[in-house]
Structure formats: C-alpha cells, structure tokens
Design a protein around this ligand. Structure first.
Ligand SMILES: NCc1[nH]cc(CCC(=O)O)c1CC(=O)O
Length: 317
C-alpha cells in the first residue's frame, strides 16, 4: 500500500538531503534543513545531510567555461537523487543549468537573498586604480567590468569564496567580485562594497537557493511546497526562461534582474561581448508565470546583438 501523504520522516528512515561539500554549499544545506524541519515541526535530525563531491569541485585551476559548464555542479547530485541515495538536493540556483532532466523537479525556491555583487579591493568601480588586475573567472563579471573599465585586465580567479578572498589578500589580483548572498551565508557580510543594481545587474538566479527532488516523489514534493517562496520562484523562473530563450551557457555574459512591480514582473537584462565593449540591454514587463515574455525579450536582445555578442549565445533552447 502506498504511504499516506504528509507522513513524517523517521529516525529509521530520515530524509536525505544531498549537498556539495564547499562551506557555502554546507551553509545553504543547513538553511534548507532548518526551514523544512521548522515548517513541518520536525526535529532537524530527521533530515540527514549527505555531502557529495561534485566534479566541479575537483578542478580548481581552470575556468569552468573551459572544463565544460554547469552540469559540473549537478551531475553527481542528480545521480544520487535518481538512485535513491538522497531524497533532496540543495543548489545555488545560479549554478543549475537551465534544462534539467525531466525526472528532477525544483520543489522549493527559498526566499531570495541579497542579489547584488560585492566589489572587494576598491570602494567603487570608479575608484579602481588605472590598469588594475580584476580577479574573476565569470564571463559576466569580466564583461561588465571591461564595459565600465576597459583599462583593467582580467585575471582568472577560481575556487570557493574563501579561496578567492585569500587569493585577493595574497595579491593575486587587486580587486574581485563576489555575490553578496554567498558572503552573507558565510558570515562575511561586512566585507567589500555592494554594487548598486541601477548599474550592475547580477547573474540569472543569483541569491536563490533551490531544493530539488525526484519529479515522481509526491511525498517530498508536498513537503517542499511548504517552504517554496512563490515571489522568489516567479522571479527566478522568469530569469531561467530568459536564459533558455538566449541559449545562454557558462560562456555567455548575461546580467539580469527580475523584480515584482505590483502583481507583475519587471525584467531587466543586458548581454555583452566577451571584451565588454559591446552591450545590448532591454526591459520588459511580464505576468507571473508567463514564460513567453522573457523569451520574447531574449529574441529582441539577440536580434539587436552584434556578431561578437551573438557568437556567445546558442539561441532558443
Ligand atoms: N559561482 C559560484 C557561486 N554560486 C553561488 C554563489 C553565491 C550565492 C548565490 O549567488 O546565490 C557563488 C559565489 C559567487 O558568485 O560569489
């Protein structure tokens, strides 16, 4: 007989929550566990954290775009979900590829944290010394920086948040950029200068934590629904639809922010050439859940993009 819905996990059969092993991933997993346990009145011990080594964590010395992209963060956790080693997987949604396997479902998006990028090493973009070395391996951050400051040079800067802060302190670059959300979750919210959203947009889904489960697991889907934050979900899903419309990959410099304006969504997006010299931007208002509006925005951006920009996008997926 099938289990009645809303039964609790037990000490004999705890819920298993898969996560990457980095300090940021572990902090996000603890937050997800705390929210789920609280929503259902469970002891946190009924949710067991299962750290899984992702292939992206094994390679630290080359840009991700070079190694093969975003599935590097999801492949291992996807396999663990599929074969039942875990029941839930926690991710920074920003690192989760746009097209997911059909047997995996995003059961919850947690309330989106501070979406801004933080500049470390200088008090503002303008104050960065002439010709400074900017440490980043993110095509978006590199292009945005070069767009504003064509005089700087970009140096590769991989590794987890602490590694990048240590590299900055060791002088491997003069400035770097990190997500405010990640810094906050690691208890480092005091460092650096958050960049104003008026002239520095974040990555798609930046600041959002997603919890995935098996698409067919009705019980876990019901549990996750209780901690899903509908406004955050609407915003990041619009950004993911835009990304799908652009055919954006880890090579694609895409900056976007979606915000609720009344009961609608305002989507602002800019796409760049790799050298930051060229940029096209557009804004659109969409109804919540209307994936066509972000896709039209993507088509409009691509139609206006120069060859140097267009080469970085595959087009509608
Ligand atoms: N690219 C790695 C990554 N993935 C998610 C975050 C931070 C948390 C978030 O943006 O949700 C970071 C670090 C960073 O970009 O500084």
């Amino acid at each position: 007989m099938s289990q009645p819905l809303s039964a609790s996990p037990s000490t004999v059969k705890p819920l298993r929550l898969g996560t990457r092993r980095s300090p940021l991933a572990m902090a996000q997993a603890h937050e997800a566990r705390a929210r789920l346990a609280k929503a259902w009145g469970w002891d946190e011990n009924l949710i067991e954290l299962v750290p899984v080594l992702a292939s992206g964590d094994k390679v630290q010395d080359r840009p991700l775009a070079e190694i093969g992209g975003k599935a590097l963060w999801t492949k291992e956790l996807d396999a663990c979900l599929a074969d039942g080693r875990i029941d839930l997987a926690v991710h920074s949604l920003k690192d989760v590829e746009t097209i997911r396997p059909s047997d995996i479902y995003i059961g919850a998006v947690l309330p989106r944290a501070d979406v801004r990028d933080v500049l470390l090493g200088a008090p503002s973009i303008r104050a960065i010394p002439e010709g400074a070395r900017v440490g980043t391996s993110a095509p978006r951050r590199a292009a945005q920086m070069l767009h504003r400051r064509p005089d700087v040079s970009i140096v590769p800067f991989r590794g987890n948040v602490a590694t990048r802060m240590a590299k900055l302190a060791a002088g491997e670059a003069d400035v770097t950029l990190l997500a405010a959300a990640g810094l906050e979750r690691l208890g480092e919210s005091g460092v650096g200068t958050p960049l104003a959203l008026d002239d520095w947009l974040p990555a798609p889904s930046q600041g959002a934590i997603a919890i995935e489960c098996r698409a067919g697991d009705r019980q876990v889907r019901e549990w996750l629904a209780a901690i899903d934050h509908a406004p955050s979900r609407a915003e990041v899903m619009a950004e993911r639809a835009l990304l799908a419309g652009l055919g954006g990959s880890c090579h694609s410099p895409i900056a976007v922010l979606t915000r609720h304006v009344g009961d609608h969504l305002a989507i602002r997006c800019a796409i760049y050439s790799a050298d930051g010299l060229e940029m096209v931007e557009a804004t659109v208002t969409a109804a919540v859940g209307d994936d066509e509006a972000p896709r039209r925005l993507a088509a409009d951006l691509l139609a206006r993009a120069s060859p140097a920009i267009g080469a970085l996008f595959a087009g509608p997926e």
